[in-house]
Design a protein around this ligand. Structure first.
Ligand code: PLP
Length: 479
């Protein structure tokens, strides 16, 4: 033992503080409903309480946690509240938090198989489990031509897919020569903005992105897709990529995968499927139909960090032909060379995404799948869908409200018949009260409230309370 002065937390202190932190988090979950779901802070209110300069001397964990309680907590929007119905879920769970904590504790940087074989091999196995749970075709498994990787987000997965598609279409030349500006990508008007961002980043050019119109269910119209492809071919352009969505962000619309897949095969386009939130539902056999047509896709991604009780960040990106991705992204500088890589017998996940370094994310997924069991996960997904369908039923039978889009799973889009200004006011009033949190979307110029039921601890009583609050607020606003 050296006597050199150091400022590191001792092991005893870490043990003591760690236990207190777990207690703090457990208390938080037990009392989360006492907080306003949407933070009521105004811009700058948090930063005004924070010192401009960092501390020169060590501060105790007690001091730091005291500031967490008084400064940070009022600035938290409680995504883990059972009355969080906004956007989409970013849910978590006990096993996931513990898996993430273990990952932090191990502090592994798993860029190469050699930098922690367990990090790579667990990830491969857990993703093969997921392929099985989702009944994905064999080609998406590591034992076949494809495989999967955990990325941070669906946005990064879409970018990876787009890059691999670009390279496959140009015989892996664009990486060397740069873009010619003639490649064209297709999404629907309802596709998540991350794909448009990917198109910008990948050098495809915003002008070479076609936003295909949607039908009355807000799903991509394949007649318009085919027409757009034909038109681009006539103009001497090179169609190469389509992104279909299973569960659009705005309304949970489902694009027709099989029809889109056949078009992609006919014109030799890469088909990527973005099932960010709704993909999780496919682990239940009765909802697996939402992925019918996935066998025609080149890549597929969904976010366990949304609806599968796994902490942000955790996106699972499946690819049918891993060589296309690896050829696109692989670079092997001298300092990363090692025997295992050179043997060709291992996966180096650094070649499967944009960044080099990577956390041990599969631990939390492994903990979740093992601790819930597949049946446990199915149970909670089914319950969320059941509650959403019950809520949709109340809207359908109400004289004052209408359903504005189909509600195939756990998202209900609805509006009061009094029009946009009234709905805007209704939303603002409910969110300001803080007992629950909704967000909105616009559908064909109509201001629409979205009720997304997917938070880990949401139960029937929270949904009923939401409905009662909506009715009460309507009557208060009408007086
Ligand atoms: N795709 C869909 C359909 C989404 O709903 C979202 C939600 O944010 C995204 C992509 C982006 O997800 P991420 O934050 O993982 O990039």
């Amino acid at each position: 033992m050296s006597n050199t002065k150091n400022f590191h937390m001792t092991s005893e202190e870490f043990r003591r503080q760690g236990k207190q932190m777990i207690d703090w988090i457990a208390d938080y979950y037990e009392t989360v409903e006492k907080y306003p779901v949407l933070s009521q802070m105004h811009p700058g209110e948090i930063s005004h309480q924070l010192p401009l300069d960092p501390p020169s001397e060590s501060e105790s964990m007690e001091q730091i946690m005291s500031d967490v309680n008084s400064i940070i907590m009022p600035g938290i929007t409680h995504w883990q509240s059972p009355s969080f119905f906004a956007y989409f879920p970013a849910n978590t769970s006990g096993p996931s938090i513990l898996g993430d904590l273990l990952s932090s504790g191990l502090g592994v940087q798993g860029m190469l198989w050699a930098t922690s074989p367990a990090c790579t091999e667990l990830e491969t196995r857990v993703l093969d489990w997921l392929a099985e749970m989702l009944q994905l075709p064999e080609k998406f498994k590591s034992t076949s031509t494809g495989g999967a990787v955990i990325q941070d987000t669906a946005s990064s997965a879409a970018l990876s897919a787009l890059l691999a598609a670009r390279e496959r279409k140009t015989n892996y030349q664009t990486n060397d020569s740069g873009c010619l500006g003639n490649l064209v990508a297709y999404i629907s008007e309802q596709t998540h903005s991350s794909v448009e961002k990917a198109v910008k980043i990948a050098g495809i050019g915003r002008n070479n992105l076609r936003l295909i119109g949607v039908d009355e269910k807000l799903a991509m119209r394949t007649d318009l897709l085919e027409k757009a492809i034909e038109q681009d071919l006539v103009n001497g352009l090179v169609p190469f990529f389509v992104c279909a969505t299973i569960g659009t962000t705005s309304t949970n619309a489902m694009d027709p995968l099989t029809e889109i897949g056949h078009i992609c095969q006919q014109y030799q386009l890469w088909l990527h499927i973005d099932a960010a939130m709704s993909g999780t539902a496919a682990i239940c056999p009765e909802y697996r139909f939402i992925l019918n047509g996935v066998e025609l896709a080149d890549s597929f991604s969904f976010n366990p960090h949304k609806w599968m009780f796994t902490n942000f960040d955790c996106n699972c990106f499946f690819i049918a032909d891993r060589s296309s991705l690896i050829k696109t992204l692989s670079i092997l500088p001298e300092y990363l060379k090692n025997q295992a890589t050179e043997s060709g017998a291992v996966i180096d996940y650094r070649d499967w995404h944009i960044q080099l370094g990577r956390r041990f994310r599969s631990l939390k997924l492994w903990f979740v799948i093992r601790n819930y069991g597949v049946n446990g996960l199915r149970h909670h997904i089914r319950e969320h869908v059941r509650l959403a369908q019950e809520f949709a039923g109340w809207i359908r039978t109400s004289n004052d409200f209408e359903l504005v889009a189909p509600a195939p799973l756990n998202l209900v889009c609805f509006a009061h018949k009094k029009g946009n200004d009234f709905n805007r006011k209704l939303l603002e009033t409910i969110n300001r009260e803080g007992k629950m949190y909704f967000t909105h979307t616009i559908i064909k110029d109509q201001f629409v409230l979205r009720m997304c039921i997917a938070q880990t601890h949401t139960q029937a009583q929270h949904v009923l309370q939401a409905w009662e609050t909506i009715i009460k607020t309507v009557s208060e606003l009408t007086i």
